[in-house]
Ligand binder design. Sequence first.
Ligand code: NAD
Length: 250
Amino acid sequence: MLRAFGRLVAELDGTYIPGVDMGTTIEDLAVIGTVASDVACDRTDPSPWTALGVFCGIAAAVRHLDHTDLAGHRVVIQGVGHVGASLAQRLADAGAEVVVCDIDRARSERVAASVGGRSVAPEEVLGIACDVLAPCAQARVITTATVPTLGCRIVAGAANDMLSERSCADELAGMGITYVPDFLLNAGGVIHIHAIRSGWDHARLEGVVMGIGDRTGEVLERAEAAGRTPLDVAEELADERLGHPVSVPL
Ligand SMILES: NC(=O)c1ccc[n+]([C@@H]2O[C@H](COP(=O)([O-])OP(=O)(O)OC[C@H]3O[C@@H](n4cnc5c(N)ncnc54)[C@H](O)[C@@H]3O)[C@@H](O)[C@H]2O)c1
């Protein structure tokens, strides 16, 4: 299957470069790379960098809302695979109360024990009263049906394509929940890929990934000042920086 996928990628002739994502490993990308025209993440796992960016973004969101650091704040992580487990460790080191959940119950218990946190069942996770819900598993967990059941004040995680529909951003705002857009928070992995290809040193890579915290703060301030959602503002910023519209309807 991986080689068949690689052959399809080769047909695209470099317009698509696959990288590690949910359910795949660097070993998988190395197999794809034996036939694809180009692959990323076949030697190094980007996930710790993704987790660092998510961590900085969560810290910035808490700073924006509460004017404090993360200590004592409860963060619930849905999915403790490559990104979620690394994020859990960073949050615990910063003094946050960490609650984790994974459909792999043994993994959930293991990560909870290793960070001094608590493991909860997947069916409970969205409703737990907490400061931050960090979806770090599958896409589209925030839906019109789940928004009213959320127990958090902030939604900020690594999961790609987190909202089932664009209107969920407005529904979250209507519930007083701050949503930090997924593409803003989880860019650390892609920045890592760019850094390798551009020959950046460790310090430069770390600085740019940690800049996700500043960018999150900027988006939340602009959104608050303009009475708009962070999603609208983040897309506008992306358009400004690229010089052309990138927004695509969900
Ligand atoms: N790996 C990266 O660098 C990277 C970069 C950007 C975005 N992301 C996104 O972050 C998310 C996690 O990626 P990853 O690389 O850590 O994946 P992973 O496969 O390493 O881990 C995902 C974990 O989520 C668990 N899971 C799946 N469904 C679940 C559910 N319904 N409830 C609870 N747990 C569930 C799995 O058992 C697994 O442990 C994905 O949405 C991915 O697209 C990852």
